[in-house]
Design a binder for this molecule. Structure first.
Ligand code: DHB
Ligand code: MG
Length: 241
């Protein structure tokens, strides 16, 4: 029988450590929740990519919506509705969330997940490319929104951000997911396994728009790098002045 000394224990990889810490935080602060768990399970069973925000990130979105006292929320990129549920739950009575999804198959799963969470009344899901729906929302006078969460295809982030500004008021909070991509955003020629080089360029162009807004005094913004169960990435946060 080998002694303990003969069986080296491998150091956890950074990713294993980030996941373990996410599990620790979530175990303490994000109680098990049937609707959220079922939303993830049914999304996985339907073959949706496992790229929803983590539980502790979803809770952050809900906390931001509450801090913002958001009554009207816009989400770009519904996927299976996981972040939608977190955001919609943070709405007060009478609050509304509009979520945009280009993929009809994803939207079908999301619609069921949102309904099972008891949120069908306050969530409107529009199935079309967001660059088609966003001008319609402007025409309809659907804004201004109090919080906008951009989490769709990354190559269109510049357009999504510019349309979001048209649907904002002074004080609107715009949150953008996936703005770091493991550091790939430092290199305009970098590839990314899921969002591609187009996605990296889209995020970089979005950062340039953000910088121009900060420089011109129309936007206040920062970005925060994150690690966790979904790897090394980040959120940008912007307030419209
Ligand atoms: C990925 C993660 C995301 O949150 C997203 O919106 C798109 C892609 C990813 O890890 O591939
Ligand atoms: Mg994302």
């Amino acid at each position: 029988m080998p002694s303990m000394i003969d069986t080296p224990t491998a150091e956890p990889t950074p990713q294993e450590r980030w996941t373990a810490v996410d599990d620790y935080i979530t175990g303490l602060l994000v109680p098990e929740d049937a609707a959220l768990r079922d939303a993830l399970e049914d999304s996985a069973a339907a073959g949706l990519p496992p790229i929803a925000v983590t539980p502790n990130q979803g809770k952050l979105l809900g906390l931001l919506a509450r801090v913002q006292r958001a009554q009207r929320i816009l989400e770009l990129g519904t996927l299976g509705g996981y972040s939608t549920i977190w955001l919609a739950r943070a709405l007060p009575a009478g609050g509304r969330l509009i979520t945009l999804e280009a993929n009809a198959g994803y939207a079908e799963i999301a619609r069921a997940n949102i309904a099972r969470a008891g949120l069908a009344e306050r969530v409107e899901l529009r199935v079309a490319p967001a660059l088609e729906t966003l001008p319609r929302l402007v025409d309809e006078g659907a804004g201004p929104f109090d919080l906008i969460f951009i989490d769709a295809d990354k190559q269109n982030n510049p357009g999504y951000f510019e349309w979001s500004l048209k649907l904002s008021r002074p004080g609107t909070l715009i949150v953008v997911d996936n703005v770091v991509r493991g550091g790939a955003i430092l290199d305009p020629d970098a590839d990314d396994p899921t969002v591609g080089n187009d996605g990296i360029r889209g995020v970089r162009r979005f950062f340039e728009l953000l910088a121009a807004g900060v420089g011109g005094g129309s936007i206040e913004a920062t970005a925060i790098q994150t690690v966790g169960d979904k790897g090394y990435d980040g959120f940008a946060l912007a307030i419209v002045e």
